[in-house]
Ligand binder design. Structure first.
Ligand code: FAD
Length: 413
């Protein structure tokens, strides 16, 4: 078989399906190859399943701890199989939505592994597909590190952890990036004895240092055990020896130390987007890369918001305090304990911190409920050069967490 298309895309994750939908909207003929499931890691093994399970875990915890809100529940039980059932349903609903969108857009979807032969040819099964342009959006896979190779029984990847049929008694999580922190919160909410090991000086090493320290405080309050500047030294018979001499015996270990792009060699003339591009490994970054290439709508790579989910959420944008030279910036920090809505919700541990230079915001770091939404307001302001003064003219509703942003603006001058 020999077929011709304007665009050939390998990989049906956020990068690939966005590219397919946007190029089809421009009247281009598109073929999309996906060897596993449409939606990629994000929908099937990453963003969506983790947030669905996280939500269940938060409901469980809130139900157990409702007393201070005047709600006492008895005989609270947890059926993990139902948690997973709901997660599967959520994923399936969303996947069907994308599949339908691709169908309506008349994208030819081929459910098989494909390979790029040259910059205009894709091979799949016995077919040859000639494409004016080829986009490689093959994503990434869990990083394997020496000594902690996945055996998929005791040493698990972020893919394996989703396949658990029941909760363990205890877990060791190696790595405290977003994946490690979110899973630590999930397991802890479900009353699983949770320990986190991080090689860097602080948890969430890519965050602003003050955010990392606050997260450590929150972990202590939540009784999530963690060790920083520590790594796994040896594993013998499920006994894990850490570099600080501590020996622990978790039921399972989640190794969440990053992801490796699914690529061998880049081919000239082929466009690489999403996790495979080797840039920032986030779904919204992948989507923006696709839109930039096909629609020509530029985006500022250094203004990609980061969000870590759980209670409270953590989000940041722009420069971290440790990136700025002393005395070159202004800083304001509003504690959540000063915000009415935080008291109403019983969630006062956190802050909204804004950094500015020459009257413009250059960074924001938020540990708060709704941080994921708040960071978006600030991203719009930074990207559009809306000054601190102009933002002060904006009316913020009451009672909301956004008032913390408003208060922080006034503390800047
Ligand atoms: C546990 C976890 C939680 C996450 N949470 C978040 C989050 O909250 N927010 C966020 O922004 N990001 C999150 N991410 C990251 C996010 O999932 C990725 O950045 C995103 O999926 C990248 O999209 P992509 O399209 O580049 O690749 P992918 O989503 O990995 O999709 C690539 C697709 O290509 C297919 N493929 C690969 N090779 C071939 C081939 N040869 N032929 C055919 N098909 C092929 C794969 O099967 C896959 O479906 C999370 C990741 C994980 C693991």
């Amino acid at each position: 078989m020999n077929d011709n298309f304007d665009i050939g895309i390998i990989g049906g994750g956020p990068a690939g399906y966005t590219y397919a939908l946007h190029s089809s909207a421009q009247g281009k003929s598109v073929v999309l190859f996906e060897k596993d499931q449409i939606g990629g890691v994000c929908l099937n093994k990453g963003c969506i399943p983790t947030k669905s399970i996280l939500h269940s875990s938060e409901i469980y915890k809130q139900t157990l701890n409702g007393e201070k809100f005047g709600v006492t529940a008895q005989n609270v039980t947890l059926d993990y199989s139902k948690v997973i059932e709901r997660k599967n349903k959520t994923v399936e609903t969303l996947r069907k939505g994308i599949e339908l969108a691709l169908k309506n857009a008349k994208v030819t979807v081929i459910n098989a592994e494909a390979h790029i032969k040259n910059k205009n040819t894709i091979e799949c099964n016995d077919g040859i597909y000639n494409c004016s342009k080829i986009v490689c959006a093959t994503g990434s896979s869990p990083k394997v590190i020496k000594g902690l190779e996945f055996d998929h029984k005791f040493l698990l990847s972020s893919d394996d952890i989703l396949k658990l049929e029941k909760l363990p008694q205890s877990i060791l999580i190696v790595g405290s990036g977003a994946i490690g922190v979110e899973w630590a919160r999930i397991f802890n909410n479900f009353d699983v004895e949770t320990t986190v090991v991080e090689l860097a000086d602080h948890l969430l090493p890519l965050a602003d240092a003050e955010v990392s320290k606050r997260l450590e405080r929150i972990f202590k309050t939540e009784k999530i055990k963690f060790y920083t500047r520590t790594c796994v030294k040896a594993i013998n018979n499920k006994k894990v020896t850490l570099s600080n001499g501590e020996v622990i015996e978790p039921e399972i270990v989640l190794v969440g130390v990053g992801r490796t792009p699914n690529i061998t060699d880049k081919i000239d003339g082929v466009t690489y987007i999403g996790d495979v591009s080797g840039e920032i490994q986030l779904a919204h970054y992948a989507i923006k890369q696709a839109i930039e290439d096909i629609d020509g709508i530029k985006f500022e790579r250094n203004l990609t918001p980061s969000v870590v989910y759980g209670t409270p959420e953590i989000a940041w944008i722009g420069k971290r305090e440790q990136d700025l030279e002393p005395d070159t910036y202004k800083k304001s920090l509003v504690l959540l304990s000063a915000i009415g809505k935080a008291h109403c919700d019983g969630q006062t541990d956190g802050f909204i911190k804004i950094l500015s230079q020459n009257g413009n915001i250059v960074g924001a770091h938020i540990v708060s409920n709704e941080a994921s939404a708040l960071i978006q307001q600030i991203t719009i302001a930074i990207q559009n050069g809306i000054s601190v003064y102009k933002l002060k003219e904006v009316c913020f509703p009451h009672p909301t967490y956004s008032e913390g942003v408003f208060d922080a603006l006034f503390k800047l001058s």
